[in-house]
Design a protein around this ligand. Structure first.
Ligand code: IPE
Ligand code: IPE
Ligand code: MG
Length: 250
């Protein structure tokens, strides 16, 4: 089916989060080094970000590097760091021109100063853009995020009775962003791998068998179409005459 034949979607998630998995297997299947898969994966981010913008999605979060990924071979880690820095450096003008607001979710400690500088420069430069938010989960771990939040609350002298869901959210890396409505994982895995474990409480899940470098606009459309068919209940019993709940605020 060509793009022009895609039936319109009855509803679009505000926030889509993607676990971009399968770069290594994509490369292996072609007899290429793993890093070639990561390079192809980075290229694919361009295409999917554009598609998300076209679909009218407000926030795209991508899992780029987890706190556990440091345990990979040194050469792969170094390659991933180089790719991320190059992506931010080479794409910044283009992203800025297209109204993309870049955000970073992740632990600052552990990121090398030069990479951190590139990230902060990109975040600062694009902070007023409002076409789409590209939230890059880099050096991200859901448990680390919650621990960081608890530490900062204690350091701020927050009293036990002041701790609420809403206050906790203000201390997360994702403060100010809506919760993800749809979490997509590519390459067939069915686990969160420490991704957005607080924010995913009521997200819809979608697992695609396609490796991330091959996950194109048509695959994204399939995920969005499946999302549009889901009924979100947030623990409630919908009354028969009530329209389908589209999101938490509905
Ligand atoms: C995802 O692809 C990219 C990162 C984790 C950085 P993988 O590298 O995990 O690919 P597989 O799972 O080995 O195929
Ligand atoms: C999750 O993928 C992390 C990213 C996509 C950046 P992994 O490939 O690291 O997850 P596991 O090890 O299969 O759970
Ligand atoms: Mg993987």
């Amino acid at each position: 089916m060509s793009k022009t034949n895609w039936p319109p979607l009855s509803r679009i998630p505000r926030h889509v989060a993607i676990i971009m998995d399968g770069n290594g297997r994509w490369a292996q299947a072609r007899g290429l080094p793993r890093l070639a898969g990561h390079r192809a994966g980075t290229e694919n981010l361009r295409r999917i970000l554009q598609a998300c913008t076209d679909f009218g999605i407000e926030v795209l979060t991508v899992y780029a590097f987890s706190t556990e990924n440091w345990a990979r071979p040194e050469e792969e880690v170094r390659g991933l760091m180089t790719l991320l820095t190059q992506y931010v450096r080479h794409e910044l003008d283009n992203l800025d021109r297209h109204g993309v607001q870049i955000r970073h979710s992740g632990k600052v400690e552990g990121i090398s100063p030069d990479i951190l500088h590139e990230i902060q420069r990109a975040v600062e430069r694009t902070r007023h853009n409002n076409k789409i938010i590209l939230n890059v989960a880099f050096n991200y771990g859901g448990r680390a995020e919650i621990v960081d939040a608890a530490r900062r609350m204690i350091a701020d002298g927050v009293k036990p009775e002041e701790v609420t869901d809403a206050l906790f959210e203000k201390y997360l890396y994702t403060a100010g962003l809506p919760d993800p409505d749809l979490i997509i994982r590519t390459a067939g895995e069915m686990r969160l791998s420490n991704f957005l474990i607080w924010q995913a409480a009521y997200a819809e899940y979608y697992s695609s068998p396609v490796y991330w470098p091959d996950f194109d606009e048509a695959e994204l459309y399939k995920a969005l179409a499946e999302y549009a068919r889901r009924e979100r209940k947030f623990g409630r019993v919908p009354s028969p005459d009530e329209p389908k709940t589209t999101d938490r605020d509905a």
